[in-house]
Design a protein around this ligand. Structure first.
Ligand code: GTP
Ligand code: IMP
Ligand code: MG
Length: 333
């Protein structure tokens, strides 16, 4: 396995949290590292009968053997971090890079009171854009400046380097999705950073030559929160009739829903350098597939859908998620 990156292929909320948690339990990586923008992302994990929504701590917490790290490129809201650490009882398993940018209350206020950010872009209101602005101005405080974070501070690139030298496996957890990339996405309706595999390498301090696998995750349809274009949108009535309604994990806003976008998927695969693809929520599109764990349990029409994706993207669909629980997965690596 070596280094594996999990990235979103559409507009975020593709189910990266579940895919990362699944891989963490199956492959036993020594380290699971969170990359991406920051607490604007919510990763949902259904595990042992409980639902978790994590905004800062890596979804790899489900494996008690894995060390959990947050890379320097990730924005840190110390309030959210403390809450997740105490909820999960992590204390000695979490390492935070001292160079992470701190989100201040003031950044959250700016994000929520700006007409442009809150209304036009439709941000999550978590202060991420203003905090990244402060970092670029070189006026932001960093994790190393906060006494309450001292117990967690870690040299993330060095820890990863040592793990790889010892031939351990490292899992990098991306956030958001390809279409939200500041550079490659639907500007200005995007987040405040790139959201592709290259950015995730930079976030955690790993060079591109060290990466072995890039898994790009797609939902079996498209969902989007916030403003900006959505190709092939479905009407609210159509969405309800199909049972595809969704609400944001962080903001609770309804997600807009559209048909599977092959053109966007092709571009996501190209720019991420994907080596394989995961498809989630197959059960929402094909309810007869709910909970399947073997390929033979899929219906011919679901098989046809996956075959079309594989043909068009010229990549294998190695993970097929058939329900929110970790075990509801077909693993065909
Ligand atoms: P971001 O980093 O915020 O983009 O999040 P994410 O990619 O981790 O996804 P998020 O958890 O926000 O949204 C995915 C939703 O789909 C969650 O509610 C998951 O529990 C759910 N989910 C994931 N996989 C499946 C699946 O195969 N079937 C069903 N029914 N739900 C799923
Ligand atoms: P911001 O990242 O909060 O500045 O929001 C910018 C845009 O990205 C808005 O459209 C948000 O809805 C969207 N966005 C940011 N993070 C996520 C995410 O994790 N999932 C889905 N959409 C996101
Ligand atoms: Mg989410």
């Amino acid at each position: 396995m070596g280094v594996t990156i999990v990235a979103g292929g559409f507009w975020g909320d593709e189910g990266k949290g579940k895919v990362v948690a699944y891989l963490a339990t199956q492959d036993n990586p020594s380290h699971v590292v969170r990359a991406g923008v920051g607490p604007n992302a919510g990763h949902t994990i259904h595990f042992q009968g409980r639902k978790w929504v994590l905004r800062q701590v890596p979804s790899g917490f489900v494996n008690a053997q894995s060390r959990l790290l947050i890379g320097a490129g990730v924005l840190l809201d110390p309030r959210v971090v403390q809450q997740e650490v105490s909820e999960l009882g992590l204390s000695d398993r979490l390492g935070i890079d001292g160079q992470c940018t701190v989100i201040e209350e003031e950044h959250i206020q700016q994000d929520r009171s700006s007409e442009h950010l809150a209304k036009k872009v439709g941000t999550t209101g978590t202060g991420c854009g203003p905090a990244n602005e402060a970092r670029v101005r070189r006026q932001a405080r960093l994790a190393r400046d906060l006494p309450e974070l001292k117990p967690y501070l870690a040299d993330v690139p060095l820890e990863l380097h040592r793990a790889l030298k010892a031939v351990h496996d490292v899992l990098i957890e991306g956030t958001q999705g390809f279409g939200l990339s500041l550079y490659h996405g639907s500007y200005p309706f995007v987040t405040s950073k790139d959201t592709t595999a290259s950015a995730f390498c930079m976030d955690v301090g790993i060079g591109p030559t060290r990466v072995n696998q890039v898994i790009v995750v797609f939902k079996a349809y498209v969902s989007r929160v916030g403003e900006g274009p959505l190709s092939m949108p479905l009407s609210p009535e159509e969405v309800r009739a199909r049972g595809w309604e969704e609400f944001g994990a962080v903001t609770g806003r309804p997600r807009r829903i559209g048909e599977f976008d092959l053109e966007l998927a092709r571009r996501a695969v190209m720019i991420n350098g994907a080596t394989q693809v995961a498809v989630t929520c197959l059960d929402k599109r094909f309810p007869e597939c709910y909970g399947a764990t073997r390929r033979e349990q899929l219906s011919p029409v679901a098989e046809g859908f996956l075959a079309k994706i594989e043909g068009e993207l010229e990549l294998p669909v190695t993970f097929i998620s058939t329900g929110p629980e970790l075990a509801q997965m077909i693993d065909r690596r």
